[in-house]
Design a protein around this ligand. Structure first.
Ligand code: ADP
Ligand code: MG
Length: 256
């Protein structure tokens, strides 16, 4: 991978980057997030796992303010989430998000996909933005695809472009919501390897995934959710070898 800085923060800076306090959210009668307390330190890699419908995506979306919350608070780098306007656009740039479906702009080239936000939100000039975009595309191994359109790329390549696009904004934290779930099996590793490298480079990451190999090797902490609650938090070693809760034991017995 080529040298390009991905973390906006001074590597020496420490402290809590993402702090959720008593976060609650309903969808109608469904209490989808129940008193969520979660603190993520700078440089930490947290893997969120749990059964389908437990609230993992809603949690990610709340941190990026794609969902509003009803009670409690969420701060990013000490600042509460803004409600609207330019402040919100900047927040979304600070919090890079990679979804299961790659969500690239279909009618823009790969290079344009990775350049656009830098110019619009980060106010970079086009040349500098393109330089950074090319360096990031090289870094995730798709430099040769820069002038193609997303549909001309494989799923694994598209997902790596989506990661480069998020990184281009110099995010403080990266959220990944099941980034490999929609991929053919042979493409999963190429995406996980890019994520592993990011983790090694010190990026703060929140990763929802069923890839337990990734959780074991990259995570500092596993957060297990069920029914809208954080049921258990542990190191990967502790969690996989000795889960404490019945819910976690049951979940692990089904997936391992
Ligand atoms: P997970 O990502 O863990 O599978 P989600 O956060 O996607 O869980 O969903 C949690 C619950 O909230 C599910 O029961 C889901 O059906 C419900 N849900 C998610 N989004 C909405 C929505 N926009 N409106 C109503 N219910 C929703
Ligand atoms: Mg989900």
């Amino acid at each position: 991978m080529t040298e390009v800085s991905v973390a906006k923060e001074d590597a020496a800076a420490t402290g809590d980057l993402v702090v959720l306090k008593s976060v609650n959210k309903h969808f109608g009668a469904l209490h989808v997030l129940q008193d969520i307390d979660l603190t993520i330190a700078r440089g930490e890699v947290v893997v969120v796992i749990g059964p389908s419908g437990s609230g993992k995506s809603t949690l990610c979306r709340a941190i990026n303010r794609l969902e509003t919350i009803e009670g409690g608070s969420i701060t990013i780098d000490g600042k509460p989430l803004p409600h609207e306007g330019k402040e919100l656009a900047r927040l979304r740039a600070d919090v890079g998000m990679v979804f299961q479906s790659f969500n690239l702009f279909a009618h823009k080239t790969v290079l344009e996909n990775v350049t656009l936000g830098q110019v619009k939100v980060r106010k970079k000039d086009k040349k500098a933005a393109e330089e950074r975009a090319r360096a990031l595309l090289d870094r995730v191994g798709v430099g040769a695809q820069a002038d193609k359109y997303p549909a001309q790329l494989s799923g694994g390549q598209q997902q790596r472009v989506a990661i480069a696009r998020a990184l281009a904004m110099e995010p403080k934290v990266m959220l990944f919501d099941e980034p490999t779930s929609a991929l053919d099996p042979e493409m999963i590793n190429e995406v996980l390897e890019v994520m592993q490298q990011l983790a090694r480079d010190g990026m703060t990451m929140i990763v929802v995934t069923h890839e337990m190999g990734f959780a074991r090797s990259a995570a500092n902490r596993v957060v297990f959710m069920a029914d809208g609650r954080i049921v258990e938090e542990a190191t990967p070693d502790q969690f996989f070898s000795n889960p404490r809760s019945d819910r976690a034991k049951d979940f692990l017995s089904k997936i391992l």
